[in-house]
Design a protein. Structure first.
Length: 164
C-alpha cells in the first residue's frame, strides 16, 4: 500500500500560484513574437522602438497585420517604411494601435476609432458581421486576449493618409 504524500499548505499554495502565473495571458509583444503569423510585425515593433510599449503595462488594442499582409505591400512601400524606422514605420505601426481595449463587439457599434498615430480608422460592418477597416482590411481573427489588451488580426496593412 502506497503512502499518500501530503504537502504543507504553504507549498501547495505556492504550486497553485506558480501554475496560475503560467496561465496568465501574454503581452501583445510576446504574442507577436511567438506567433508565426506576425514575424514581420514583431520585427517592425522592435525596429521602430515600440516593442517595449506593447510589452509593458497599459491597455491597448492592436490591429495586427499578418506576414501575408506585409508581403502584399509594394516593394517601394516596404522599403520606405523599413528605411525610416523612427518615422514612417513607427507611424504606420501606431496607426494599427488604439489606446485602450476595444473588443470586436464594441467595434461593430462605432464608425471610427482614434489610433495612437493621431488619426482615425474608419470601421464598417458588412455581410454577416464582418468588420472591415478603412474599406479594405478585414478583421480575420478577433479578440485575442493579451495581458495588456486585445489583438484583432487583419488581412491588410493599414496605411495612414499621406503614406503609401
Amino acid at each position: 500500500m502506497e503512502e499518500a504524500v501530503v504537502e504543507p499548505m504553504e507549498e501547495a499554495a505556492e504550486d497553485e500560484m506558480a501554475e496560475g502565473e503560467m496561465q496568465q495571458p501574454k503581452t501583445i509583444n510576446e504574442i507577436a513574437k511567438e506567433d508565426d503569423r506576425f514575424t514581420t510585425l514583431a520585427s517592425g515593433l522592435e525596429t521602430a522602438g515600440l516593442a517595449n510599449t506593447f510589452a509593458g503595462e497599459g491597455e491597448f488594442t492592436v490591429f495586427a497585420p499578418t506576414d501575408d499582409a506585409f508581403a502584399a505591400l509594394s516593394e517601394s512601400t516596404k522599403q520606405s517604411l523599413f528605411a525610416d524606422p523612427e518615422g514612417a514605420l513607427k507611424n504606420v505601426l501606431l496607426y494599427h494601435a488604439v489606446d485602450g481595449v476595444v473588443t470586436a463587439e464594441e467595434l461593430t457599434g462605432i464608425a471610427a476609432v482614434s489610433t495612437m498615430a493621431g488619426q482615425n480608422i474608419r470601421i464598417s460592418v458588412v455581410g454577416d458581421g464582418q468588420i472591415v477597416l478603412e474599406g479594405y482590411a478585414q478583421v480575420i481573427v478577433a479578440d485575442i486576449e493579451a495581458s495588456n489588451g486585445v489583438i484583432h488580426v487583419v488581412d491588410a496593412v493599414l496605411v495612414p493618409a499621406g503614406r503609401g
